[in-house]
Design a protein around this ligand. Structure first.
Ligand SMILES: *Cc1c(COP(=O)(O)O)cnc(C)c1O
Length: 395
């Protein structure tokens, strides 16, 4: 298997984890198989006992999926990983495999909608308590700790308001309390933030987003130490079956090869668009982690090595103005997805975050005028012209 620790990220994303069949294919092979054959009954017995290496069943492991897991481990600096069918399968597995009745989870309020549902609605059904805090406020994290706190969970930058959480500070707090920190690193991408280097114990991704990058496959991954995966995740994963399809893993391997060029280009365009939006009178708020106006620019500098492909901004005039703006766009399209080669815009209050109460929405900073833009790979001048046209429509 190709693997070299001192490769730079772009090289790891092309070569790490590759295994080749007897044909010596250039591109990673797609092993579209459910099962595997054994040379003999003795061999089958040995494999089931764990005395012989080899694949058993693709719910547990598959060669194409293994290549993807290994490449992600090398990129992230993680010891082990399990790829999953979606980002939500990854979040659910990372939490459910270790939380026991009587445990307590502390999580940031500003979480991806379904993540919040798992913490607030699903886990309490199994006797797991929770406290949601303002992720920006370290005192709120500290005050939420209870003797039974076992999991800290956060996302940074957050969706959709691109607020940051000090990952290192929360990791230290978790460890002082014998708890683990899970970080959802989707918005930062593996290019711009390495939560494990900041002390996170478990990192997860929806690979549906930038890792695919071209809007094709759903997927997720959970990365952690070998010990945590062996002791907590492995059996849960084998028996509950959230496994990633080999076809999707093959797409994600291809996606990783181009991740740096895509994310770099999308970030460069996003930076330009953010600058432009910051100057507009009809834009009452603009949040971009790479812009000096970001309220937590210090934390951005400390834990992120790049800006973002995402921009959050508020148009003057509330919902009707926001709708008018996005309906006027021609190149940028309306979608709740993100991280795509196509630029996509969302009105969170009526779509991705419509299930939050008005109060909860206000608390995480989403107003009726808030828009979330995922910047794609179109020529940046086409995007700027499109935005200018929409701005002209509302002013
Ligand atoms: C999309 C997303 C998820 C869920 O991933 P799916 O692949 O859609 O299941 C979780 N967290 C964040 C931050 C996301 O953007």
């Amino acid at each position: 298997m190709s693997s070299r620790k001192n490769w730079r990220p772009a090289t790891k994303l092309i070569h790490s984890g590759t295994t080749r069949s007897q044909f010596g294919e250039t591109s990673e092979a797609l092993y579209l198989t459910q099962g595997y054959l054994y040379e003999s009954a003795e061999s089958a017995e040995a494999r089931f006992k764990g005395e012989e290496d080899g694949y058993i069943y693709s719910r547990y492991a598959n060669p194409t999926v293994s290549m993807f897991e290994q490449r992600m481990c090398d990129m992230e600096g993680a010891e082990d990983a399990r790829a999953m069918a979606s980002g939500m399968a990854a979040v659910h597995s990372a939490i459910a495999c270790q939380a026991k009745a009587g445990d307590h989870i502390v999580a940031a309020k500003a979480l991806f909608g379904s993540c919040r549902w798992i913490v607030e609605t699903l886990m309490p059904q199994y006797g797991v308590e929770f406290t949601l805090v303002d992720g920006k406020d370290m005192n709120a994290w500290k005050n939420a700790v209870r003797p039974n706190t076992s999991i800290f969970f956060l996302e940074s930058p957050t969706n959709p308001t691109l607020e940051l959480v000090d990952i290192q500070a929360v990791a230290d707090l978790a460890h002082e309390n014998n708890a683990v920190l899970i970080v959802d690193n989707v918005f930062a991408t593996p290019m711009y933030q390495r939560p494990m280097e900041l002390g996170a114990d478990i990192v997860m991704y929806s690979t549906t987003k930038h890792i695919d990058g071209q809007g094709r496959c759903l997927g997720g991954i959970v990365l952690g130490t070998e010990e945590w995966i062996n002791e907590k995740l492995h059996e849960f994963f084998r028996h509950t079956g959230p496994s990633m399809s080999p076809f999707n893993a093959w797409n994600f391997l291809k996606g990783l090869e181009t991740l740096p060029v895509r994310v770099t280009q999308q970030t460069a365009s996003a930076g330009k668009i953010a600058e432009h939006l910051a100057l507009q009178k009809s834009i009452t708020k603009m949040i971009y982690p790479g812009h000096e106006s970001h309220p937590q620019a210090e934390i951005a500098k400390k834990q992120m090595s790049g800006g973002s492909t995402m921009i959050c901004f508020e148009v003057e005039g509330g919902k009707s103005s926001a709708f008018k703006f996005i309906n006027a766009l021609e190149t940028i399209q309306i979608s709740n997805n993100l991280g795509d080669a196509k630029s996509l815009i969302t009105h969170p209050a009526t779509t991705t975050h419509k299930n939050l109460s008005d109060e909860d929405r206000a608390e995480v900073g989403i107003t009726d005028g808030t828009l979330r833009l995922s910047v794609g790979l179109e020529h940046q001048d086409d995007l700027l012209e499109d935005i200018q046209m929409a701005l002209d429509c509302i002013s």
